[in-house]
Structure formats: C-alpha cells, structure tokens
Design a protein around this ligand. Structure first.
Ligand code: ADE
Length: 243
C-alpha cells in the first residue's frame, strides 16, 4: 500500500506516523507514506496558497491550483489511478468496514484541508470519497488522515505481529472485546477470573464470548442490532441492557 498525503504540514503527519507499529511497517517496506507539501505548488512568489472567499464571509480558502499541482505530482508516481479521500466533517463517518474497504487499494491519496476549506472546483475534479472521523470540527485534515492511515495499515498483512489479532478485536462481529488480564494474579485486591487460570480452552472461549456480549450490551447497545447472536445470547444481552 502506498499512502500519499497532500498537506500544508508534512512534518506533522510524517512525525506522527513514523513511530511505533506504522513506522516499523514502513521500515519493513510493507507500506510507504509520502507527504506532499501543497505549498511547493504555490503559484506566486510569496508561496501563498490561500485567498479570500468570493461573496464575502470570514476566513481564507485554499486555492484550487496548488492542490491540483500536488495531486498531479502524485499521479506521476502512482501505479494506478488512486482514490482521493478528502477529510471533512461533511463526509461519511469513518468505520471499520470502510477501513477494510480502503485496505484493498494499492494507492490512496488523502487531501488535508486547512483554513475554512478548499475551493470547490478542485474538489469536484479530484475527490472520490468525502470522509469524516466524527461529528466534531478539527482545525485541519491531518489528524483525521493519520487516524485513517493507522486503522487501514493495521489490516495490511504483516503489519501486526500477530495477524489473527486484527480479526478478533473490538468491532469484529459487531461485539466489543472481552476483558483481558496479565500478571500479577492479584492486584489491588482484585483477582484474575478463576476460569482464565483453568486451562480449559472451551470454557474460556465460552466465557469470553459471554463477556463480549455483556460488555457490548452495557457500553455500546447500538452495536447489538448488527451482531449475530443465538436466542440464548440475545437473552443474555437483554439482561445487561441499562434501559
Ligand atoms: N476536518 C475537520 N474536522 C474534521 C472531521 N471531524 N473529520 C474529518 N476531517 C475534518
């Protein structure tokens, strides 16, 4: 997977993504991340990329030309015509399903807006997907792009040490993950649940599934509708709904 990020703050995204698991995946050449500085495509000697909005109103808008120039520079390098994701509170809300969909692509371009947004004409020409990371307004698209790249990258084979863990974590099957424990056996007077020490794998699996259902009912009841539960499991969930 090759990620290309069109941004006014290349260091912000590269610094944020070069550490930890994503950084290691880059070193292992499982993925590449390139930040393209939109300012390098400014069309005036002052390197300005923003201007006032026609029709008046507060704030500045990013101009079409520099954004288009940055996009063209990616097209020259990309192996295939990439999807272009514009990060915006007006987009569809990002989800695990969307991450799985994007993880199938070979190239992805993220367009990060700043100021009051970007001239509509260039968005019409290059953007294929409008994505929001939630119903709140941030100062720019960089953090949302980093969030999406993190969620997509961990689905790429080899990025996580343990490939099964990408499958079984929260939101798979629309159930939250069960509680987990490590040493010591007792901490602040709290003991690790007995069953986990029993070595009886079938019972442990059963306990974990029940805990997932209980936890989902208590914390994210909205997810239960989409979860596939047996009749008995539905009854268990119902007992733990707070409303
Ligand atoms: N840009 C500003 N706020 C945003 C959000 N919530 N999601 C995606 N991009 C944004």
């Amino acid at each position: 997977m090759n990620f290309h990020i069109l941004t006014l703050f290349p260091e912000m995204v590269m610094d944020g993504l070069s550490t930890s698991i994503i950084g290691r995946a880059m070193s292992k050449e499982l993925l590449t991340i390139e930040a393209v500085n939109i300012r390098d495509f400014a069309e005036n000697k002052h390197n300005r990329v923003d201007d006032y909005t026609y029709g008046g109103g507060a704030g500045m808008l990013m101009q079409a030309g520099p954004v288009y120039g940055a996009y063209q520079s990616v097209l020259e390098k990309a192996k295939s015509k990439p999807r272009v994701i514009y990060l915006s509170p007006q987009g569809q809300t990002f989800s695990q399903t969307m991450a799985e969909e994007f993880a199938k692509e070979e190239e992805l371009v993220f367009l990060c807006g700043h100021y009051e947004g970007i001239d509509e004409r260039v968005l019409e020409e290059i953007v294929t997907d409008y994505v929001s990371i939630g119903d709140y307004v941030l100062t720019g698209g960089e953090l949302p792009a980093m969030v999406m790249i993190d969620a997509i990258s961990r689905l790429i084979p080899g990025v996580l040490h343990n490939d099964v863990s990408a499958e079984f974590e929260s939101f798979q099957d629309n159930l939250l993950e069960y509680p987990q424990y490590t040493r010591p056996e007792e901490w602040h007077g709290k003991k690790v649940p007995e069953i986990l020490m029993s070595g009886h794998h079938a019972n442990i699996e059963k306990w974990r599934r029940e805990q997932s259902i209980i936890r989902t009912a208590e914390r994210r009841p909205d997810l239960l509708e989409k979860a596939e539960l047996t009749q008995k499991e539905k009854e268990l969930a119902k007992k733990h709904l707070s409303i």
